[in-house]
Design a binder for this molecule. Structure first.
Ligand SMILES: C[S@@+](CC[C@H](N)C(=O)[O-])C[C@H]1O[C@@H](n2cnc3c(N)ncnc32)[C@H](O)[C@@H]1O
Length: 215
């Protein structure tokens, strides 16, 4: 969990190394949430995640990695599961906590770096990544896969929703099938058990919906 007191309190990156996305953009992720909802924040859970949850895709303790303002985490928690949403954007987390209070949903939101999840000291049966993986560059992806592996129970499930390079009108940071598979290999403790092509928000940019088992 991040420390927000002392000399790091004035550091917009909270003492962590800025991600490749932040270095490119020149601002911390938190700034995306300063002037109203960012483009990906539709104010409702992803339809595909709602369907997955209805089909029993979430079990045990659940981690939402890069939860933003928490719509997906809130939906899964509203079904009675124990959910922790983590993000580096404190503004997004504050909005997520306010929604949980308003809706009376029991869910936990915490500031944490997805590249250092082992610092949580916790393990999860189901892990969700909706829109975070594709923001990491080729150098960060192996670190992210290892970080996710450190908190996922053996035989647990990781769901990754990311932009794909498959087709016209691709989103930012499109990922090829090969890049996705290369990040989650048997040698790194993962097995991609299912990879479906679809669209974010059902009619948005092309996306991969990956189901990845922790071995
Ligand atoms: C494209 S948004 C998706 C947010 C949310 N999952 C959704 O579907 O609305 C990516 C999120 O990942 C967060 N993020 C980026 N880098 C992160 C990191 N290293 N650790 C934790 N969260 C991170 C951002 O702050 C942002 O909220």
């Amino acid at each position: 969990m991040s420390e927000r007191s002392g000399p790091l309190a004035d550091d917009p990156f909270g003492g962590r190394h800025p991600t490749s996305h932040e270095r490119l953009w020149g601002r911390p992720w938190d700034a995306s949430y300063h002037d109203g909802p960012p483009p990906w924040d539709t104010g409702r859970p992803q339809p595909a995640i709602v369907r997955l949850a209805s089909a029993g895709g979430f079990t045990g303790a659940v981690l939402d990695s890069g939860c933003g303002t928490g719509e997906n985490a809130l939906h899964v928690a509203s079904l009675g599961l124990s959910v922790l949403g983590i993000d580096v954007a404190e503004t997004a987390l504050a909005i997520a906590r306010a929604k949980a209070d308003d809706r009376g949903v029991k869910v936990e939101f915490a500031a944490a770096d997805a590249l250092q999840l082992e610092r949580l000291g916790r393990r999860f049966e189901t892990v969700l990544d909706c829109g975070l993986f594709h923001t990491f560059d080729g150098d960060e992806r192996p670190r992210y896969a290892a970080s996710l592996a450190s908190v996922t129970e053996h035989d647990g499930t990781l769901y990754v929703w990311c932009f794909s390079d498959d087709g016209p009108d691709t989103g930012p940071h499109p990922i090829s099938q090969e890049e996705l598979r290369a990040a989650f290999t048997l040698s790194t403790g993962w097995n991609v058990s299912r990879l479906e092509a679809g669209r974010l928000d059902d009619d948005g940019a092309p996306a991969w919906f990956a189901t990845i088992k922790r071995i």
